[in-house]
Design a protein around this ligand. Structure first.
Ligand code: ZN
Length: 156
């Protein structure tokens, strides 16, 4: 039982379908958080830690993450793109590629730390809870259009 393995094996379909896949890695939209462009990049192999990745997987994940970050930076309203790995909810190694929109700190001032600076990990966590959505609710035009846009460019 692994969601990422199910996506790799075609048993589960992420919103809008897989965005990019080659012999080593897969990139798809987050399946249950309705922030447009929130991507997940994983190796095809079920490994759990960064230290379990092959040099080839690291190279490909890094290259795809860089491409995804640069593409997301071109999306209206995206100010930064966060990249993180935790592996707490889904064990299969994956990178969170999270577009931080300009409206997020405005809507979530609670993500500001005591020094008045935006706390990125806290904002990511708040957004993951606040915009958690059922699979049916993920089929929003904004998400589907962005997925299609990224699919056309990520493989170039
Ligand atoms: Zn897996």
């Amino acid at each position: 039982m692994c969601l990422t393995c199910d996506i790799v094996n075609g048993k589960a379909a992420p919103v809008g379908g897989v965005i990019y896949r080659d012999g080593l890695v897969v990139v798809h939209h987050c399946v249950d958080v309705s922030v447009p462009g929130y991507l997940i990049a994983s190796p095809l192999r079920h490994v759990e830690g960064f230290g379990d990745l092959t040099a080839g997987e690291i190279e490909r994940l890094g290259a795809m993450a860089k491409k995804a970050v640069n593409l997301l930076k071109g999306v209206e309203g995206v100010k930064k793109v966060y990249i993180a790995n935790f592996g707490e909810e889904t064990a299969h190694f994956h990178l969170h590629i999270f577009p931080r929109y300009d409206w997020m700190p405005v809507c979530h001032p609670e993500a500001t730390n005591a020094c008045g600076r935006l706390d990125g990990p806290r904002l990511l966590s708040i957004c993951r809870e606040e915009y958690r959505a059922a699979r049916e609710a993920m089929n929003q035009p904004e998400i589907l259009e962005l997925v299609a846009h990224l699919r056309g460019r990520l493989g170039e």
